[in-house]
Design a protein around this ligand. Structure first.
Ligand code: GMT
Length: 385
């Protein structure tokens, strides 16, 4: 199939899923046309089956806010027409689903057989999409999609609750490359960070408020106080980073904390980690936690959103009440001071991650595509594939 994929290029869950899905589909012989305003970080290597299309915006002085959604719609029109796209799969509803709807309206009967599939990821529903300034448009656009998927059962239910959706929302979970994210012997790397007997606690995020990164720093101070010898690695960057840096200075924990910034090979860091912390205030799935689990790292997370579907309390790690910093510190300490528990949770975390194997989930998308394409072709009187 000729598949148009749209996603955000930035460090963040939906862009990673869109990119990895593109690679998975390319591996299965499909031609993928990836559209975004910049090349995503994980789409750097040349791939004969993937073309990247940069959506550039004309920065006319009149535009304080250049209309990216319109430039994207124009790109979609071109690709549907000239690359003969069989379907358009957009990741994150805002504004991608709306641009796709507009592109199809522009092409009219010429594109009647080309379905729009929207994958809902999280804040496009729970935070941004629910904001009154976007809600009517998001609601309308989702209903205009020919297929809608959500990355967790939680997100599907939230979408039905917050919006008036007249479509069946299919749950297709996020996935992980079990080979890339595996516990490879990176002991030299571990030795560079910690001394013998010291443990490594890791947090990976885009340092937005919703990630509650301060909770990690506060819990870490309590963990050190309880006598555990450990280092804390912060991976990623974003608006809350200076706040967390300042907090570490105030707590006097700086010599045990490393801010590594954005990292391309996050698997190397996860590979040597002992516990992963995700105290988020909202998390529809928790892709970063899945990648950690795939590397055999137990997760201590909050209990929000889709996290309890992924992180099984007492098995793959621990699930704590949102904002319970002391509880999280106690759970991390429990894991790091009990080698038997750590070993058991490592195995359980990896085993759970194996249920989200990349090829299996990519095949689920492929099957879903076929179903939606055939349904629309039948409806619009176009020959089936
Ligand atoms: O929070 C992020 O990392 C970005 C955000 C996005 O939509 O780009 O992530 C959401 O989608 C990810 C991939 O499906 C999920 O794993 C994250 O849980 C979700 N983030 C939130 O719900 C806050």
């Amino acid at each position: 199939m000729n598949i148009g994929i749209v996603g955000y290029p930035t460090y963040g869950g939906s862009g990673v899923v869109a990119t990895e899905l593109s690679k998975g589909l390319a591996k299965r012989g499909h031609n993928v046309h990836f559209m975004s305003y910049a090349r995503p970080q994980r789409l750097e290597a040349f791939n004969t089956n993937i073309s990247f299309h940069e959506v550039s915006i004309n920065a006319y002085p009149l535009f304080e806010y250049p209309p990216y959604d319109l430039a994207l719609a124009s790109h979609m029109v071109n690709l549907i027409e000239y690359e003969k796209l069989d379907l358009l799969h957009v990741h994150y509803a805002i504004p991608h689903t709306t641009s796709a709807y507009l592109a199809k309206q522009i092409l009219g009967p010429k594109a009647a057989h080309v379905p729009i599939i929207t994958t809902l990821h999280g804040t496009d529903i729970t935070i941004v999409g629910s904001d009154p300034s976007y809600l009517p448009v998001v609601n309308f656009s989702i209903n205009q999609s020919d297929g809608v998927t959500a990355v967790s059962g939680y997100l599907r239910d939230e979408t039905y609750m917050r919006f008036e959706i007249d479509k069946k929302i299919e749950v297709i979970p996020n996935f992980v490359d079990l080979v890339r994210f595996s516990r490879s012997g990176k002991d030299h790397f571990r030795k560079a960070i910690v001394q013998d007997g010291e443990k490594i606690i890791t947090h990976v995020s885009n340092f937005r408020k919703v990630k509650r990164v301060q909770d990690v720093a506060e819990a870490f101070a309590l963990i050190l106080k309880s006598g555990v010898k450990a280092k804390l690695l912060f991976v990623g960057d974003g608006p809350e980073r200076p706040v967390v840096e300042q907090l570490c200075r105030e707590q006097g924990t700086c010599e045990h904390v490393r801010f590594l910034g954005k990292q391309d090979n996050v698997e190397d860091i996860l590979s040597v980690s002992d516990v992963f912390m995700m105290p988020s205030a909202s998390e529809t799935f928790g892709l970063a936690a899945l990648e950690a689990m795939s590397c055999g790292v137990p997760v201590v997370s909050s209990d929000v959103g889709g996290l309890p579907e992924l992180n099984i309390d007492g098995e793959t790690g621990f699930v704590c009440k949102l904002g319970d910093v002391q509880g999280m510190a106690d759970r991390v300490t429990a894991i790091l001071t009990n080698e038997e528990l750590l070993a058991r949770m490592r195995i359980a975390a990896r085993k759970k991650a194996e249920t989200f194997e990349q090829d299996v989930i990519v095949a689920q998308y492929e099957e879903y595509y076929m179903k939606v394409v055939e349904r629309l072709r039948a409806k619009s009187g176009v020959r089936s594939m």
